[in-house]
Design a binder for this molecule. Structure first.
Ligand SMILES: Nc1nc2c(ncn2[C@@H]2O[C@H](COP(=O)(O)OP(=O)(O)OP(=O)(O)O)[C@@H](O)[C@H]2O)c(=O)[nH]1
Length: 358
């Protein structure tokens, strides 16, 4: 219950876990808001920065909240990602330099944090990442020149102990930020790996399943036949083909034909599940049932299936099927078994359809 509450809250704040870039970016935005509010409060309380700088810190935290809102709720992740970086490098860093002791203050640590953020967050945007990194590396130079030319603009610490305190607090904040960024990087890799695994699983399932009926397609038969023979168990293969299906299609349309296929497949699936077997759509209106049963038991199951299908409520009356059943023998291979079932199925067709041969 608590975990569900936590997951819901995290999803509300950070978005869909299936979008790892966005998810971690939102986490960083909110963490930055927290840091700015904390820094502004500490600066105010210990008198570590002038009032304009503290006001600017509060303003930046408000801007980052807006950036988070637009990114999280207005689908503007890409634009907001850039805007956030621009706010940090063009506003936050110069303002910090001027308002927090210049080259004597903690701005170098802030630049270092930004460098880490750009390197991690812009991993997918090569050229912008390089530009951002370059910017972080050279930004101290113009700021130093400014400090040299206009020392009166730079806020000076009144007390060396306050400077030490400011450096210590900023260092701790940046250290925590770095840990969060590293964590976010590994979280993102984990999320991306899970996503890739789930996609691979979905692809595998799609490649083995028939789109219309949801049954397995013929590709699964090779794999399953091998597995079943290796287990040395008794099993039978039934080949089933709907009777006069072309007529149904021609008379009532292809969509109606699809409805028949789906109804029949649902019954096949039910039979397979009940017997721990497998229902496969071989193609068109031809199906295979692989059941871990003897010939006689499979015959009984198919009789029951025929009755169920006969009484299925189809819009234009009942449809029948013809089937051939063959039980696997020690000398059989998959082709032999299929051929025997196929031959028996054609016998059923030739004998007038709507019957099961074994
Ligand atoms: N609606 C629909 N029809 C399909 C699909 N796949 C194959 N068919 C149709 O199934 C029909 C099969 O016709 P035939 O092979 O002549 O067999 P039949 O009419 O059932 O005759 P018998 O098997 O001899 O009883 C063709 O008209 C195909 O177009 C499908 O996915 N949906």
């Amino acid at each position: 219950m608590r975990k569900r509450y936590r997951d819901t809250t995290l999803e509300w704040l950070l978005g869909d876990k299936d979008k790892p870039f966005e998810y971690t970016h939102h986490a960083v935005l909110l963490f930055t808001v927290f840091l700015y509010v904390l820094a502004a409060s500490v600066n105010y309380y210990f008198d570590l920065a002038n009032i304009y700088n503290i006001g600017l810190q509060m303003f930046i935290s408000l801007m980052v909240v807006v950036i988070w809102y637009l990114s999280r709720w207005k689908n503007q992740f890409q634009t907001m990602r850039f805007l956030f970086i621009l706010v940090i490098v063009l506003v936050s860093i110069p303002a910090n330099w001027v308002g927090n002791g210049g080259s004597d203050g903690p701005t170098y640590l802030l630049i270092f944090g930004s460098l880490i953020y750009i390197s991690v967050s812009f991993k997918d945007l090569g050229i912008f990442r390089r530009l951002g990194q370059l910017f972080c590396i050279i930004i101290p130079i113009p700021l130093m020149v400014l400090e040299k030319l206009h020392p009166e603009l730079i806020f000076k610490y009144g007390d060396p102990e306050l400077k030490q305190l400011d450096l210590l607090i900023t260092f701790i904040i940046m250290a925590v930020f770095s840990i969060v960024m590293m964590g976010s990087l590994s979280t993102r890799f984990k999320l991306e790996r899970h996503k890739a695994e789930r996609l691979a699983e979905k692809l595998r399932s799609l490649s083995e399943k028939d789109y219309l009926t949801g049954l397995y397609n013929r590709r699964i038969l090779d794999k399953e036949y091998m597995a079943w023979t290796q287990q040395n168990q008794v099993f039978s293969l039934a080949l089933l083909d709907l009777d006069h299906f072309k007529h149904q299609n021609d008379q009532w349309g292809h969509n109606y034909g699809d409805e028949i296929l789906k109804s029949f497949s649902a019954l096949l699936q039910e039979t397979a599940s009940r017997n721990k077997g497998l229902a496969i759509r071989q193609g068109g209106e031809e199906f295979v049932l692989l059941l871990p049963l003897s010939l006689d038991d499979t015959y009984r199951e198919l009789k029951y299936l025929a009755e169920s299908f006969r009484t299925t409520d189809l819009a234009h009356g009942p449809v029948t099927f013809s089937a051939g059943i063959a039980e696997n023998t020690a000398t059989d291979n998959q082709n032999d078994l299929l051929k025997r079932a196929d031959k028996l199925m054609y016998q059923a067709k030739d004998a007038g359809r709507n019957r099961i041969c074994r």
